[in-house]
Design a protein around this ligand. Structure first.
Ligand code: CTP
Ligand code: CA
Length: 226
């Protein structure tokens, strides 16, 4: 495992990273979201910058501070994230989609705060755009990296996502494992690629996991150049 963070081995790459949750409002004071902390994406942005890449970080709302030397774009909804990503796609040589994008948004955003009544409230949800799928359709020479959070059938589901969205590799999180996933400073990841390589990694710090993910990016770039 290589994590010499000072080696500038990503110089010349422009890495677009998405991180954090999205927020999908249904009135001026309420929204639907998920437990994403943004830590994995911010760790990737931090390490990529240290290793010499130009980094653009598109982030949903988090409590994290912006990594130094990184171009930062703050977004809230999935649609805002999509617009920011597509606007910055032309320069990107690598796209890493660590964000936990809400699959659905409330169909209606009420202009006024919804008042409570005695009966139940139903909120209709509609599909958000799949951002990485759109990027996959105009991938060109870019290296495209996605994430998968699974609570069952990890390998099968992750492979289906990687192939269906035209990713070069996918980082899978097994939510049944202690120390994996959204909130903590650690993660347990597996990396699956298009050649059928399957790397199951132990519990580690998110910074360390970021370094391994970027090693894989570097390896794919090397294999393209050779
Ligand atoms: N993703 C995205 N836009 C969405 C939903 C997901 O770009 N609207 C990206 C995520 O950033 C991640 C990958 O797709 O890199 C997989 O996300 P995940 O939620 O695991 O997969 P889905 O395809 O949304 O499938 P499901 O939630 O049904 O498991
Ligand atoms: Ca999803």
């Amino acid at each position: 495992i290589e994590y010499l963070l000072t080696e500038k081995d990503l110089m010349g790459e422009h890495i677009l990273v998405t991180a954090g949750p999205t927020r999908e409002p249904f009135d001026p004071v309420r929204f639907i979201t998920n437990y994403s902390s943004g830590k994995m994406g911010y760790a990737i942005a931090t390490v990529a910058r240290r290793r010499g890449a130009t980094v653009t970080l598109v982030s949903g709302p988090t409590h994290l501070s912006v990594p130094s030397g990184v171009e930062f774009l703050s977004v809230s909804t999935a649609r805002e994230m999509r617009d920011a990503v597509l606007a910055n796609l032309p320069e990107a040589t690598v796209v890493i989609k660590a964000a936990a994008v809400a699959d659905y948004r409330p169909a209606v955003r009420e202009p006024q705060k919804i008042k409570k009544k005695d009966d139940d409230l139903t909120v209709k949800l509609e599909r958000n755009p799949d951002i990485i799928q759109e990027i996959g359709k105009k991938k060109q020479n870019r290296i495209l990296v996605g994430f998968a959070m699974e609570s069952e059938h990890l390998v099968e589901n992750a492979i289906a996502k990687m192939v269906g969205k035209n990713m070069d590799f996918i980082v899978a999180n097994d939510l049944t494992k202690q120390g994996a996933g959204f909130q903590g400073d650690t993660n347990i990841i597996s990396i699956l690629d298009r050649d059928g390589e399957f790397q199951e990694l132990p519990l580690m710090d998110k910074i360390e996991a970021a370094a391994i993910i970027l090693d894989k990016v570097r390896k794919i770039r090397n294999s393209q150049l050779n």
